[in-house]
Ligand binder design. Structure first.
Ligand SMILES: C[S@@+](CC[C@H](N)C(=O)[O-])C[C@H]1O[C@@H](n2cnc3c(N)ncnc32)[C@H](O)[C@@H]1O
Length: 482
């Protein structure tokens, strides 16, 4: 058996964590201050282990380890981390960079580039030799400035699907941090939350803006299972579209910090003025923060062929809120054709049309919507609520009755129906709906109270008396049970 086969056999049985621990590397779980990064890397890389990858590691040897001045005659495998990567990725090309001279270690598995990574010219030295990498690990000086210089220039050289890792973001050497407001982890955390790099950025974040569209997933790892500690490694996945940023903007709805969200939206829009998804999310951000006219302006920038159902529905909603009923009427036909397939969008559109009093119970659009059994029953209820307070309360009644049947366990359907009959002063119907609710939610004092106030609201005193008696009976039953 030749040495290459032996090496393959040996390495096949070892995870990156086992290799790190065997070679006393602190990326593993046992030596020095164990960072546990390899636990994450095993998850990320095991599927790509036998591919012909190009791997770049920045920073090669811990200062307390091998003395770079005393290395003559050694090979790349003498540097523990090079050996670990080479053994784990048997078919990869490995390039290492350091400010110290490790050229004596070069061999067929390891290429060395000597460069000072605090300097843009130093990083360019790498790019003069190689323009494409699959994996980049920054474990060099850990200074935020240097990490940013490297990320600025090297991220574009990462292949699509590649991974960029910055290690030890919890610690920076003090001397070089004086000019930094945010460290790399904080910059990435901002991106992770808002889909854009921070505004008040220091020197390089503007350069990072150009990476925005190519950043897929972002992970800030905390190996808390070893010991409680702050997040340490930042992992950035390169992808070829803006889905991450659009997604961040979308989930930002939940943070409800309108000013940060709007700033993020404006920034993304200025970076990518033709991207329909970014324009749509920007319009949502404007709409949610009460800027309907601006939201409409942004929507109008989306090319007609790029207008998805949700865009059309939002457009309708905004036309309704801004009172542009004629415009909304003109567009009805297009809206119906474009939106009817999508549940949420259709609902938004119907709600907009109800608001503008532009929909009839008999409209093809609404009958199709309601008859479609694939629609969730809760949409019937939401639609019923919208109609109940519109100028077409009869349709509200019909839909609320339907909602009670479709959602027999949901109290809100019964409650809204009772309140609706009270508003319409339909006492017989109110009595019927109360009897149904009480029969369904036996011994529920809350339902009886709500029914009583509905009766009170429309002066249905006879039913109210009966409810009082029922309420007392339920309470005494409860106290007996207690
Ligand atoms: C933490 S060690 C790397 C450890 C190694 N990756 C491992 O896992 O065992 C940091 C390395 O970064 C190098 N370094 C420090 N400042 C640098 C700079 N400005 N440019 C390039 N390399 C630098 C040091 O010489 C040192 O070898």
């Amino acid at each position: 058996m030749d040495s290459k086969t032996l090496k393959t056999l040996r390495m096949q049985s070892q995870s990156l964590t086992q290799l790190a621990d065997e070679l006393a590397i602190d990326k593993g779980t046992r030596h020095r201050t164990p960072h546990g990064y390899t636990l994450l890397y095993d998850m990320l890389f095991s599927d790509r282990r036998y591919e012909s990858l190009t791997i770049l590691e920045l920073g090669l040897q811990t200062p307390t380890g091998l003395d770079a001045q005393d290395v003559a005659g050694r090979t790349g495998s003498a540097i523990s981390s090079v050996r670990m990567w080479n053994e784990f990725f048997p078919n990869a090309k490995f390039i290492g960079v350091d400010i110290s001279d490790f050229s004596q270690f070069e061999d067929e598995d390891f290429e060395f580039i000597r460069a000072d990574l605090s300097d843009e010219a130093g990083v360019q030295k790498i790019l003069e030799k190689h323009q494409h990498f699959d994996l980049i690990i920054d474990d060099a000086s850990h200074a935020t400035h240097d990490q940013m210089v490297c990320f600025k220039h090297l991220f574009p050289a990462l292949r699509e699907g590649g991974i960029y890792i910055v290690e030890d973001t919890h610690w920076q050497p003090g001397r070089s941090e004086f000019a930094m407001d945010l460290n790399f982890r904080e910059i990435l955390a901002h991106f992770s939350l808002y889909g854009v790099f921070p505004e008040h950025a220091q020197i390089f974040t503007q350069a990072f803006d150009h990476h925005t569209m190519n950043i897929g997933g972002v992970l800030i790892q905390s190996p808390g299972h070893i010991q409680p500690q702050p997040e340490r490694a930042c992992v950035i996945h390169k992808a070829a579209n803006a889905s991450n940023s659009c997604f961040r903007m979308k989930i930002n709805n939940e943070y409800k910090d309108d000013s940060i969200r709007l700033n993020a939206a404006k920034k993304l829009r200025s970076l990518y003025p033709d991207d329909a998804r970014i324009l749509f999310e920007t319009a949502v951000a404007f709409s949610d923060s009460g800027h309907a006219e601006q939201a409409l302006g942004v929507l109008n920038e989306i090319k007609p062929e790029d207008r998805a159902a949700e865009t059309i529905a939002l457009h309708a909603k905004l036309l309704a809120t801004t009172g542009q009923v004629e415009e909304l009427k003109d567009r009805m036909a297009n809206f119906q054709a474009g939106v009817v397939g999508e549940v949420h969008s259709s609902y938004d559109l119907i709600e907009a049309l109800i608001d503008a009093n532009l929909i009839e119970p008999t409209d093809q659009f609404i009958t199709t919507f309601l008859e479609d059994t694939t629609r969730q029953p809760i949409f019937t209820y939401r639609l019923a609520c919208a109609f109940a307070v519109s100028s077409q309360p009869a349709l509200g009644t019909e839909l609320l009755e339907r909602a009670v049947q479709k959602l027999p366990a949901r109290q809100e359907c019964y409650i809204t129906l009772m309140e609706h009959y009270a508003v319409l002063n339909e006492r017989d119907k109110l009595s019927e709906s109360i009897d149904r609710a009480i029969a369904r939610f036996k011994q529920d004092a809350g339902i009886i109270q709500i029914a009583a106030s509905a009766c009170g609201a429309c002066g249905h005193t006879e039913k109210l008396r009966g409810l009082r008696a029922e309420y007392d009976a339920v309470l005494s039953e409860h106290s007996r049970a207690a």
